[in-house]
Design a binder for this molecule. Structure first.
Ligand code: ADP
Ligand code: MG
Length: 284
């Protein structure tokens, strides 16, 4: 197979990408077992994939992502990230792994009173010793790098503006630029567009998509919106009550109807609510 002249191919289909995330039999309970947030979750993710996790509120998306950088300890099962058992790492080893695994939050978590450039620069703190005050306290090469990251997310002209004067979508792009400044191998994004309107959401997803394609960064992103998920993901994982109910590449075979099934609520006995209502109301 030859490439069309000028076209870029993000992932060479002839090379088998290495596995960067491997989750096996992951169970997480809260409140002494009363809440089962994750129930026997298993999957693995190859390098460079944009994997979107979908599911209703409370289905376990955040709990799953938080296990991948050691913010939660599993009740049972194992979590391997970049070849390391995250669930067994402590202290300095865990901090070292976290420099390679960036996290993007729904509420951005940037420092509003700092300039965009300073926020992005702070992503490099893991590579430096000691605290920094102001953009000029960072080495010149890092200032250049931070500016390039801001340009990449379309905000090069906002470098010296206070970050809290930007719109929500722009603030999230600053947050992503900061995460990319960390030079991560993996980016975890927990509903990064939940508080943004649809058009802006597309711009934020595009920035994550470009990181995947250009830098081979693996992205695991939870989303609420099915259309966005199907538009950007190369693979969808659907959670329902802490269980994986869908795990599929996004392509012609995957219909919107199949994806929407992930959003059906279950009654306590595990039947879909529509079936349950039918049986209770004796409609069959
Ligand atoms: P999602 O991100 O899909 O909305 P979560 O992962 O936040 O879902 O939550 C999954 C389930 O675990 C929910 O029932 C939630 O109430 C519960 N849960 C999450 N975190 C905690 C916690 N720290 N303590 C108790 N219950 C929790
Ligand atoms: Mg959540």
């Amino acid at each position: 197979m030859t490439d069309v002249e000028g076209a870029t191919r993000p992932i060479d289909i002839n090379t088998v990408a290495s596995t960067v995330v491997e989750v096996q039999g992951l169970v997480k309970t809260f409140d002494n077992g009363r809440v089962r947030a994750l129930d026997d979750v298993s999957f693995s993710v190859p390098e460079g994939q944009l994997c979107v996790i979908i599911g209703l509120s409370g289905s376990g998306k955040s709990t799953l992502l938080r296990h991948l950088n050691g913010l939660h300890e599993p009740t049972a099962g194992s979590v391997t990230v970049l070849g390391q058992r995250v669930d067994q790492l402590k202290g300095a080893e865990l901090r070292a792994l976290r420099t390679k695994v960036g996290f993007v939050f729904q509420q951005f978590n940037i420092v509003g009173r700092l300039s965009c450039l300073e926020n992005v620069l702070s992503g490099a703190l893991g590579r430096l010793r000691g605290p920094r005050m102001g953009a000029l306290s960072y080495p010149k090469n890092l200032r250049q790098e931070a500016l390039a990251q801001l340009e990449r997310v379309g905000l090069g002209d906002r470098a010296f503006q206070r970050t809290d004067t930007l719109s929500g979508g722009q603030q999230q792009r600053v947050a992503i630029a900061r995460t990319l400044m960390q030079k991560p191998k993996i980016v975890l994004a927990d509903e990064p567009v939940a508080s943004l309107d649809p058009e802006i959401s597309g711009q934020v997803m595009d920035v994550l998509f470009q990181a995947c394609v250009e830098d081979q960064i693996t992205v695991l992103c939870s989303l609420h919106q099915v259309d966005l998920a199907m538009g950007w993901a190369s693979r969808l994982i659907g959670l329902q009550d802490g269980k994986v109910v869908l795990d599929s590449p996004v392509g012609e075979g995957l219909t919107q109807e199949r994806v929407m099934e992930v959003y059906q609520r279950l009654d306590p006995e595990g039947r879909k609510v529509s079936e349950y209502a039918t049986s209770v109301l004796d409609l069959t």
